[in-house]
Design a protein around this ligand. Structure first.
Ligand code: PRT
Ligand code: MG
Length: 214
């Protein structure tokens, strides 16, 4: 039997996943948050963690380089989910995908008037799908971070980004005007590996599902 790799990202996903890993018997042998190692052994022989960028998790798992992964629903929808099963909503790293504008910008009026909206986001697919569904024309401006700055400098009329406490929006004089979807992190599995290595993977998937319900 080969190694099983679980792809996940540092930061809030790892932080909120650690208690789950403990319950599943996969405590990391060293602290992945502070280690420079990108491959970290767990207390279970044959299962290791691989630390990648949040948006790269579906790529590693989709190609079968990792058999399992933990990724936000935002990242999964944006990626498209090719080659992946998403069997368990872990209920962690919860937030909401929102449209936000400068305080005082009349978003509903702009949408009703059929104005072309300029939207800055790193979530290009999600944003395109959302506004196409409403029949609203948008000019998408791709950013890689700090979206909150775009309306302030008049790069865009609105942003699409994740909101949890709402503090980042408030600190930048923005307000949420529409929810696109709720987001939480999910356990993902390579589809081919689940067929060829079901005896190893199925118990792990069930253990994660059970740990997430607690
Ligand atoms: O760092 P890198 O560029 O590699 O990726 P990343 O920044 O997307 O990773 P990370 O660790 O920040 O987020 C990983 C995952 O956490 C995301 O894919 C989401 O599924 C989930 N998550 C949950 C969040 C948030 N909550 C969240 N609030 N990801 C980001 N945020 C940001 C948001 O973009 C905004 O800048 O936090 C800010 C808003 O927070 P509040 O509390 O001020 O509203
Ligand atoms: Mg980040």
């Amino acid at each position: 039997m080969g190694m099983i790799s679980i792809a996940l990202s540092k930061g809030r996903i790892l932080e909120e996943t650690l208690p789950l890993l403990e319950r599943v018997g996969l405590r990391p042998k060293e602290d992945p948050e502070n280690s420079r190692k990108l491959v970290v052994a767990t207390e279970r022989r044959g299962v290791q963690l691989v630390v990648v960028r949040a948006s790269d998790v579906p790529t590693y798992v989709g190609h079968g380089a990792a058999q399992l992964g933990i990724a936000g629903g935002d990242v999964l929808v944006e990626h498209g989910g090719a080659g992946l099963y998403q069997p368990v909503d872990l209920g962690i790293a919860r937030c909401r995908m929102m449209v936000a504008t400068r305080r005082g910008f009349d978003y509903q009026a702009a949408v009703q008037q059929g104005a072309r909206l300029r939207i800055a986001t790193k979530y290009v697919q999600i944003t395109r799908g959302h506004f196409a569904g409403k029949g609203v024309h948008v000019d998408l401006i791709k950013l890689y971070g700090s979206m909150e700055l775009a309306p302030l400098l008049d790069l865009a009329d609105a942003i699409v980004d994740l909101v949890s406490s709402g503090k980042t929006l408030r600190a930048n004089k923005l307000e949420p005007v529409e929810e696109i979807m709720p987001v939480s992190a999910r356990l993902i599995v390579n589809q081919a590996a689940l067929k060829t290595r079901r005896a190893e993977l199925q118990p792990l998937i069930e253990a994660f599902a059970k740990a997430a319900r607690k």
